[in-house]
Design a protein around this ligand. Structure first.
Ligand code: NAP
Length: 312
């Protein structure tokens, strides 16, 4: 139940798939927030005040204390900057921006203004991720294998921005795997090589293979592919000196040798809004750029191969 005295008035900016599927129900279920308005070029949500631009919302509704930015990454920085300058707390969908430097600039601005800034990584809130991190703490890792293969036509139909520069292509889902990897590994890793497959005429890759090296010498092999039809695969396997760990279903399921399996429903966005409530209450910043750094390094180091054109 929502508490009208303490709830922060919040606005969603960009009412697309993720806003409708996850942000709306998670805000409705969290007493710390009340959805006051939307910013949507296409009309917003029935019964909710809508503004065509963020500027008009910021001017008209000084009572709105926070915004959740759910638009594509290429246009997130300007919106986040405007909201912070107007004194609002900001939640950034993943990836937090189109470049590393723009997110660093937002961090500095949020700190200067004393506002909350949350770069969300929803997969880190999947049920198996925390237990996986705890089990791996202090263990010696010998290898890691990531397989993240899905059907782009099923999950991203008609999303032109995802194929444009800054849209990340297959790294849009792939960065979820990297957000889990960087959360569960007890030591850092860095990209050592990459191969990116670009469909002819597209600015973003449809598939990628990455190699990373862990600080204690182990290899991480990651395969991302958007051309997988049939069963979809989102797995991370970690082999250690004390057994093998498997995260599957994007982190919702965890299997550790010799232990009871963990299976849970999806409650990633509940976790995101619970964390955002903490950050807003304390005016704190939670921005971890490690997943985006790996993607940037893959683009910087990666060998590029042109493959057959992709049509939606
Ligand atoms: P989407 O369905 O294409 O929605 C994005 C919305 O942003 C659009 O509907 C549009 O809403 C608004 N928008 C503002 N400026 C835009 C522009 N220049 N081009 C296109 N849209 C613009 O995308 P989405 O799947 O919700 O993804 C949005 C973000 O959430 C991405 O960063 C993505 O990585 C992340 N995300 C997506 C999922 C998923 O399952 N789809 C899961 C987790 C995270 P208005 O018409 O209301 O203005």
């Amino acid at each position: 139940m929502r508490c009208p005295v303490t709830a922060t008035e919040i606005a969603i900016v960009g009412v697309g798939k993720i806003a409708r599927d996850q942000h709306l129900p998670s805000i409705a279920a969290n007493a710390a927030f009340h959805l006051a308005a939307t910013v949507s070029r296409s009309g917003g949500i029935d019964g909710v005040e809508n503004h065509a631009t963020l500027e008009t919302l910021l001017a008209a509704r000084p009572d709105i204390g926070a915004v959740a930015l759910c638009m594509p990454p290429q246009v997130r920085y300007e919106a986040a900057r405007a909201a912070l300058l107007a004194g609002r707390h900001v939640l950034l969908e993943k990836p937090p921006g189109a470049t590393l430097a723009e997110v660093e600039a937002l961090k500095a601005l949020a700190a200067q203004k004393g506002l909350a800034l949350f770069a969300t990584w929803h997969s880190r809130f999947a049920a198996g991720v925390g237990p996986a991190r705890d089990w791996l703490a202090g263990k010696e890792i010998s290898k890691v294998e990531i397989v993240w293969k899905e059907d782009v036509r099923r999950w991203h139909p008609g999303q032109d921005w995802i194929w444009q520069a800054g849209g990340l292509g297959v790294f849009d889902p792939g960065i979820n795997a990297l957000s889990i990897l960087t959360e569960i590994l007890p030591v850092p890793a860095h990209v050592t090589s990459a191969m990116l497959e670009f469909p002819e005429g597209r600015d973003a890759p449809i598939a990628a293979e990455l190699r990373l090296r862990g600080a204690t010498g182990f290899d991480v092999q990651a395969e991302f592919d958007w051309r997988q039809t049939g069963p979809q695969t989102w797995t991370i396997e970690v082999v250690t000196g004390e057994g093998r760990l498997l995260l599957s279903q994007g982190g919702a399921e965890l299997d550790i040798e010799g232990e009871a399996p963990l299976r849970d429903r999806d409650h990633e966005y509940e976790g995101i809004y619970a964390r955002f409530a903490e950050l807003v209450a304390a005016a704190k910043i939670d921005v971890d750029l490690a997943p985006l750094t790996h993607v940037a390094d893959a683009f910087m180091l990666g060998r590029r191969v042109v493959v057959e054109p992709f049509e939606d």
